[in-house]
Design a protein around this ligand. Structure first.
Ligand code: FES
Length: 279
């Protein structure tokens, strides 16, 4: 059937009403993928190109894992159309420069919202490199928590933060960061992935301590090849393209106001596309 052409979807897990995981078969991609890279997904030949961070990969099974938050038109379309037994029409990548796994001895890996899944392979890579890994992940409430065991298996310490205090500590991931910094005077690096507002808060939390802080930017991406300019970001006063120069950048250098203003500008179009799709 038409639904089965492309890259087979072998597993799906729904973490909440809006967040779900897809495991997709693509042995070559699974072999090539490194933490921090992303793929571009196409549901059909005329569909939108959807950039998604690779949340995990399994070289033996030949699969990659994507975690999607269905908040916009194309991601909600994925939510309703992507089922086990079906397939992704297009899956291009891996794109972007892999995250640098530095020789940091003590690192805090922070994930919030959409960033919880993609911070996992980074935490694992630091663990494999011999670092002491402190994981800090943020959720709205306990019922949205996922991958706790998976994280605990690669983190030496693990702090869950929830908005309502229903799991772990009550508060934002920045509270988790501050707690870890207070307990350890020798954090070498912080890696943060999540919504821009969260990454900015993380960068501000570490700035006074002069702790290197890497963030993974997820601006609007169209071609993913440095041609369209859609993913333009300002870093250290220079224009960079997140798709080819990133997606990882020094959080203390990123102009988050510019990034958020640009994302905001796309909102009306996104809302319109959503309405058309719902009709
Ligand atoms: Fe087009 Fe980066 S997505 S230049």
């Amino acid at each position: 059937t038409a639904a089965a052409t492309g890259f087979p979807i072998v597993a799906r897990t729904d973490f909440s009403r809006t967040t779900f995981l897809l495991e997709v078969e693509h042995p070559q991609m699974a072999r090539a993928a490194r933490p921090g890279q992303f793929v571009i997904v196409m549901l059909d030949d005329h569909g939108e190109r959807i950039p998604l961070t690779i949340a995990d990969f399994d070289r033996e099974k030949g699969t990659i894992t994507l975690v999607i938050q269905a908040v916009g038109k194309s991601s909600r379309e994925m939510q309703s159309r992507c089922q086990v037994g079906g397939a992704l029409f297009g899956l291009v990548g891996p794109m972007g420069i892999p995250s640098e796994v530095s020789d940091a001895k003590k690192v805090i890996c922070v994930g919030g919202g959409l960033g919880v899944a993609p911070i996992f392979p980074q935490a694992r890579a630091f663990k494999e490199a011999g670092a002491h890994v402190i994981g800090v992940v943020g959720f709205r409430s306990a019922n949205l928590v996922f991958w706790e065991e998976k994280f605990r298996s690669v983190c030496d310490e693990f702090i869950i933060c929830t908005d309502d205090g229903s799991a772990g500590i009550k508060g934002l991931v920045t509270q988790g960061i501050e707690q870890a910094i207070a307990e350890h005077g020798d954090i070498d690096e912080v890696v943060a992935i999540g919504p821009p507002i969260m990454m900015r808060a993380c960068a501000e939390a570490t700035r006074p301590h002069k702790i290197k802080t890497m963030v993974s930017l997820n601006p609007i991406m169209v071609d993913g090849t440095g041609m369209c300019g859609g993913c333009r970001v300002r870093v250290g006063g220079k224009v960079k393209f997140a798709c080819v120069d990133g997606p990882d950048f020094d959080g203390h250098e990123v102009d988050f106001d510019d990034l958020m203003a640009r994302l905001q500008r796309y909102r009306p179009q996104e809302a319109e596309a959503m309405e058309q799709w719902l009709e």
